[in-house]
Design a binder for this molecule. Structure first.
Ligand SMILES: [Zn+2]
Length: 238
């Protein structure tokens, strides 16, 4: 999975930097302002976020480009990868990051687990993307109607969190439910819990990984929680 090999015809990060795109996303929480200087040749976190947003807008409007999937492009990937973002998303079959962001092979380093729940292997995978693939952006992507978060809400209410390893998984979301203010509207409460979980996973990544924390604090990497809306197909930074 090396990334240092020189590959002609590869997407040029430096060339892709655009002042307009940077200005449009300056001030994004968790994404350093455009004034922060990324390493030489690296894509700016704000530009990586912009690229995801633009792909999601194509998906929303059903005018996908399905980029980076043809035979010539696949050949360029044989010797290495240079993804421009890492997405930690839910395993839910309705939320594949490459589709909802209209990206292709080699674009996203994707890690998926129900409810975005972390363990050491998942943290290690994200650290790999940050340290060895130099991704400028990590997105924690929750989604509407998440079954794992719904199970955690049921756990808090009934005390039943499923059996076997499912129980361990659901208990990994419990704190997000407990930290969410009660709401008489169950749908609104679930939606708030889903946002809380994405945000808490961001916090956990900072707390549990010195490598990720230092990359974010030094403005090399943006770290943002986001939620995908199943009705409107839109990813919104939360
Ligand atoms: Zn889910």
């Amino acid at each position: 999975m090396g990334h240092n090999s020189v590959q002609p015809n590869r997407f040029s990060r430096r060339r892709a930097l655009g002042a307009g795109a940077l200005a449009a996303t300056a001030g994004v929480v968790g994404v350093p302002a455009a004034a922060a200087v990324p390493p030489e040749g690296a894509m700016h976190p704000a530009h990586a976020w912009r690229r995801l947003v633009e792909g999601n807008e194509r998906f929303i409007e059903a005018r996908q480009q399905h980029p980076h999937q043809g035979l010539p492009w696949r050949e360029t990937l044989v010797d290495g990868q240079e993804p421009f973002a890492c997405v930690l998303g839910c395993a839910d079959s309705r939320v594949p990051p490459e589709l909802i962001f209209d990206q292709g092979l080699g674009d996203l380093f994707t890690v998926r687990t129900a409810g975005e729940v972390l363990d050491e292997s998942i943290i290690g995978s994200i650290e790999y993307a940050v340290e060895h693939l130099s991704v400028p952006l990590v997105v924690v992507l929750g989604h509407e109607s998440c079954g794992a978060v719904t199970a955690a809400v049921d756990l808090v209410r009934s005390g039943h969190g499923g059996t076997g390893s499912i129980s361990t998984l659901v208990r990994g979301i419990e704190a997000s439910v407990l930290s969410t203010p009660q709401d008489d509207d169950p749908d609104a409460f679930l939606a708030a819990c889903i946002v809380a979980q994405a945000r808490r996973v961001v916090t956990q990544l900072r707390e549990r990984s010195e490598l990720i924390r230092e990359a974010v604090d030094s403005h090399r990497v943006g770290l943002v929680p986001a939620v995908y809306d199943l009705d409107e197909y839109r990813v919104t930074r939360r």
